[in-house]
Write a protein that binds this ligand. Structure first.
Ligand code: 13P
Ligand code: SF4
Length: 301
């Protein structure tokens, strides 16, 4: 605590002084998640909550596509991202020109984009989805074939759940692609009775070995509802740290992979962003309305 106290207190004072709130993703480190965040959640919750913020400033403790989505959903607010280099391997894997080529190649097939994309990509697609609602969004389209991008694993996991034919893109999350089915089998052998929860950005063979696959919020809810005595969350490392605090009676086994992008956000750069009004998120007006529509269509379902 001694390491963090000065920055935490400064951030709490700055939030009051500047009428700011901090929205933090579930992968943020515990000192951000538990000590300075006003709202925490998965990508879906952060997009929804951003819409209802009344404060003047939103600091998005997460990666760039999340900050862009917050700005899209509440364009009148100042949105700050503490480190502009906080990217995402999925968002980096596809461009607006790629989407236009997919439309030409598959005329009339609806395009669903994971929220882990830039606003410019969102502007070119029909609707967005998150890991928390991908199945529902795909089924809501009521068609036998959709394009879902850029995460090939999420797309294949959704195809397995829905029976809808899904045309994929060759993107993947650099964190979740590293988990293997062998990891799950080894965990079960080493920790008998362990309940294995995985994120749907993991490869399908990993999801097939798991007890449950769901968004970061769905994994948190699973632990709350089922109280598995011994549990592993195969996802980014801070997830277990943040959830385990609430369940000292449960045993959390903690193999994990760090997201280097999420870890760019620190108490120090949150403080600096607030002190200097630094790294204001802007979205090209030529794309903002179309990108917002893709997110709004998702939130309406
Ligand atoms: P969630 O929407 O499940 O929080 O996932 C976001 C993400 O970046 C996972 O890698
Ligand atoms: Fe992107 Fe994966 Fe990091 Fe999530 S964990 S922000 S999908 S690289």
């Amino acid at each position: 605590w001694a390491l963090f106290a000065e920055d935490v207190e400064a951030i709490l004072a700055l939030k009051r002084e500047k009428n700011a709130v901090i929205l933090a993703h579930n992968y943020q480190t515990p000192e951000i998640y538990h000590c300075v965040a006003d709202i925490v959640g998965d990508s879906l919750a952060l997009a929804r909550e951003a819409m209802h913020v009344e404060a003047d400033i939103i600091v998005l403790a997460g990666v760039s596509f999340m900050a862009e989505t917050a700005k899209l959903m509440n364009p009148g607010k100042t949105v700050l991202i503490p480190d502009t280099e906080a990217g995402c391997s999925l968002a980096d894997s596809i461009t607006p020109a790629d989407i236009r080529l997919m439309r030409e190649a598959y005329p009339g097939v609806p395009i669903v984009a994971y929220v882990n994309t830039t606003a410019a990509v969102k502007a070119e697609v029909d609707i967005c989805c998150t890991s928390g609602n991908a199945k529902r969004i795909v089924e809501s389209l009521g068609v036998p074939r959709v394009i879902m991008l850029p995460d090939q694993y999420l797309a294949r996991n959704v195809a397995a759940e829905t029976g809808v034919e899904i045309i994929t893109w060759a993107g993947q999350c650099e964190v979740h692609e590293r988990f293997t089915a062998e990891d799950v089998r080894e965990l079960r052998a080493a920790h008998p009775g362990v309940t294995v929860l995985v994120h749907p950005e993991c490869p399908p063979e990993v999801v097939a070995e798991a007890d449950f696959a769901g968004s970061t919020a769905a994994m948190t809810d699973y632990v709350a509802d089922h109280r598995p005595p011994r549990v592993v969350l195969l996802t980014e490392c801070s997830m277990s740290d943040n959830v385990a605090v609430h369940y000292p009676d449960l045993e959390f086994i903690r193999p994990c992979n760090l997201c280097p992008h999420m870890k760019r956000i620190t108490l120090k750069n949150i403080r600096r962003a607030l002190e200097e009004n630094r790294n204001v998120v802007t979205i090209d007006p030529a794309i903002a309305d179309r990108a917002r529509s893709s997110v709004e269509r998702m939130l309406a379902i």
